[in-house]
Design a protein around this ligand. Sequence first.
Ligand code: PCD
Length: 795
Amino acid sequence: EDGGPQPEKHCGHGRGGMGEEVKRKEDQRFITGRGNYVDDIKKPDMLHCEIVRSPHAHARIENIDKSRALDVDGVVAVLTADDLREYDLATMPTLMADTQDVLVNDKVKFQSQEVAAVIATDRYTAKDGAQKVVVDYDVLEPVVDAEKSLEDDAPLIRDDIEGQEDNHCLDWETGDEEATAEAFENADVTVKEQMLYQRLHPAPIETCGAVGDYDPGKDKLTVHMTSQAPHIHRTLFAQVSGIPEHKIRIVSPDVGGGFGNKVPIYPGYVVAAAASYVLEQPVKWVEERSENIQSTGFARDYDMTGELAATDDGEILAVRTDVLADHGAYNAVAQPSKFPAGFFNIFTGSYDIDTAYGSLTAAYTNTAPGGVAYRCSFRVTEAVYLIERMVKVLADELGMDPVEIRRKNFIQPEQFPYESPTGWNYDSGDYEGALDKALEMADYDHYREEQQRRIDEDADTLLGIGISSFTEVVGAGPGKTCDIAGVEMFDSAEIRVHPTGNATVRVGVQTQGQGHETTFAQIVAEELGMDVEDITVEHGDTDTDPYGLGTYGSRSTPVAGAAAAVASRKVREKAKAIAANELEAAKEDITWDRESGEFHVAGAPDRSISITEIAAGAYMNHPSSEEPGLEAVNYYDPPEMTYPFGSYIVVVEVDRETGEVEFEKFVAVDDCGNRINPMIIEGQIHGGLAQGIGTAMLEHVTFDDNGNVTGGDFMNYLLPTSMEIPNFETGHTVTPSPHHPIGAKGVGESPTVGSPPAIVNAVVDAMSHAGITHVEMPMTPDTVWEKLDEAGLAT
Ligand code: PCD
């Protein structure tokens, strides 16, 4: 009866179940301006908080004079570390067990670090007050470059850590060093390339913010905050503040984009909550754009060396990589605690490579902390960039077509479940299938000919074709290997079917724009034979939702999506008992028909009953063998992660005079297993590809030698706009996950993970006939022009 929905077969029971392009329920509210974001929240007597930030990257604080700020009419309080220390809140743990100052205790470690907080009756007064806080700094020499920070004479950043004598943060390694070295010695061919995955910043439309709202009557602290993970944030708030967890409520209302930026806890949240507790009035803190870019979690900043060893005919024997990671001033990476380098060790990618070794050193620098998973399952993006770039480098070295070298090395469909040399268990895949589809859509052969024609005719523009055949690992847990601050990474769903036949579904994950209010309703509609319109999905409130670990790392579908399916099936089981009672049959004789969504007596399809009638029966005529009511909850600990994949083909035109790059064609074929909502998936792909283009072409958080952030606002940190985005052609294949209850894998991150190497490969490909092997991101016209010049191709 119940093998779960079959690929592509489940479309069109017409109830808005799996595979149907249901319009997003939440969009009515967003499009008509009725969303409810943190900054929309207004409370009686609400105060406003403005944070005083350090203009210096490295400086000791000699004195903070609050008096002039306190003189400003409307300023209620000025808080510094000394005030927070009274409540034991001067520091807070990061998700990687480092200790970060909430407000600087002694020494500033990065520009824009939080020094003091001014609380006032309105936002403008708070800002005026903040400008009147006088801080005396003893300015120290900063170091903003990971390589320089590891030099002997570099200034020590973390003198707050006992025994810390240099700026070394951590070392990590994976794979078999010796076997890999041996493979390299015996190989016909080896290639090596150094590449920087530059520092990026996730840039959600909504910046971070919070409204702390302590109710002294109930002795309860409510914090409305921009959180991708409300439950774990509540647990951490409880641990840090000593307030019992049931006396804390975290509400994450509508969130205007997360992208990994809203996973960590930031000082602003703590200050707003603490100020509200102390002043017994609601306190709002909402940061500005430049504060968001300059002080909240950055992403990437991995300086990677990649090496491949291969045979003459292109069989890859081994991969080796060494990484220098910049972690900023604190180790505040947001990733499962047992994975100091995230899931970077997936760097063997889609290829059946026997031997691999990776090593990594991380350094502290005088820059904002981070290393968050920006549209990336914990460093998968860096890993995919490394291997997909290296395959292109190897293809060029061997004079092979990058398609052929991929075909030769792909893990084959029959090899799944596949164990990689660094210990991952891939669930399913058909990499060649996705590549074939992309090749067909991209008219590959035609563009190869056109490329050659332009070279032969010495044309003004060169053509480059780039491919990326990526594999991800998304959907953390399992709980035994993955935890955040000790809490296992399961997830949850609770379903309550009401007497009149509609339902409320609550999940432990929290949407930030992905469309969960629609897709989770679709899963339940599919599994219960209900109409999607009859189901409301709730999330983001720790008082009412079941505990969950939140939305990031494309884990909602793999984990909470599974929980929603399993909880639905529990409801279905109980529904059978009620159906039996209503139809006067034995429970064992009741079957459920996915097509009609009805329950009927086996062999007698006309004796059937819908879930609506069953709901009534559960409350109005329940059988004596059952409790009344119709609800279920499931906490799902996934047995494995899921491995979505895809093949992207990008054709670019490179102007030999200006170095400008234009997209000629952009094909993205994705496979996320069984698809819940194809329209939402396409939207996810479009958005993520735009972010991939930003990564490859525009974005970089830069610093000068004095530690000033020179890429800390939208004048200097360039996001792609509709002007830079080409027409995307999307396609898909369907390879279900064998262990997921509905065969689905994640998809939200795939485009950002898969596209940068395809784009860089395309630009390199335009110049590889002249010996160019790499172009560093972001590939601005001047960067590209320098490469053209180096290759003698510039005109
Ligand atoms: N899906 C379907 N089907 C399948 C899968 C999936 O339909 N098979 C869909 C779902 O349901 C949802 C989406 O799609 O709705 C997605 O999903 P996923 O993949 O599972 O994911 P999630 O968890 O939900 O989410 C997350 C992601 C991430 S991670 C990111 S960054 C981003 C993305 O998501 N973000 C965002 N997307 C998006 N969108 C929007 N609008 N917004 C946002 O913010 Mo991280 O780690 O956090 O960094």
